[in-house]
Write a protein that binds this ligand. Structure first.
Ligand code: FES
Length: 160
């Protein structure tokens, strides 16, 4: 399985192996290992899942099942910046769907996906806890309240 990805990430795989060796004799550590792996690689491509399977003797199908079941795990590489647009009730009634459509058009990407230049990942979120600012968008840790479609271009420029 020495493909290009594996060869280019040797130190990351070494770090993951060290971690797996330190916990693999304990029970029920699959989630911990996957969280650690995602922390190291940023996402969980098949090569990483296969590696974990080889190192732990957990069948690949089981690992794949966990990875695809929990939304905290991603099998796709994320963009440098994460855009989270709230589609909670308060934001939705104030027009967040229109903003989402505009973002998707502007970035030429579908919700849940990453732009071709790997700069942005566009995601829908649940209530962000600041409904008074609806509709709310977050880019990384920055909060943008009272969003309007015409503000999008200017805001995105800051992250390019
Ligand atoms: S519904 Fe969007 S912040 Fe609460």
């Amino acid at each position: 399985m020495q493909n290009e990805f594996v060869l280019s990430k040797k130190s990351e795989f070494d770090e993951l192996k060290k971690y797996i060796d330190s916990v693999k004799n304990s029970q029920g550590v699959t989630m911990q290992i996957l969280q650690k792996a995602q922390g190291i690689f940023g996402y969980l491509p098949l090569e990483v899942q296969q590696f974990i399977s080889d190192e732990t003797n957990i069948p690949l199908a089981d690992i794949y099942g966990v990875v695809t079941f929990y939304t905290q795990f991603s099998t796709e590489e994320k963009g440098k910046h994460k855009i989270g647009l709230c589609l909670g009730t308060a934001c939705y009634v104030k027009g967040s769907q229109e903003i989402m459509d505009k973002l998707a058009e502007e970035l030429n990407v579908k919700v849940g996906k990453t732009t071709e230049d790997k700069l942005f990942t566009l995601e829908a979120t649940r209530c962000l806890g600041c409904c008074g600012l609806a509709p709310v968008m977050m880019i990384d840790d920055d909060v943008y309240g009272k969003m309007e479609p015409q503000k999008i271009k200017e805001i995105l420029k800051k992250y390019k």
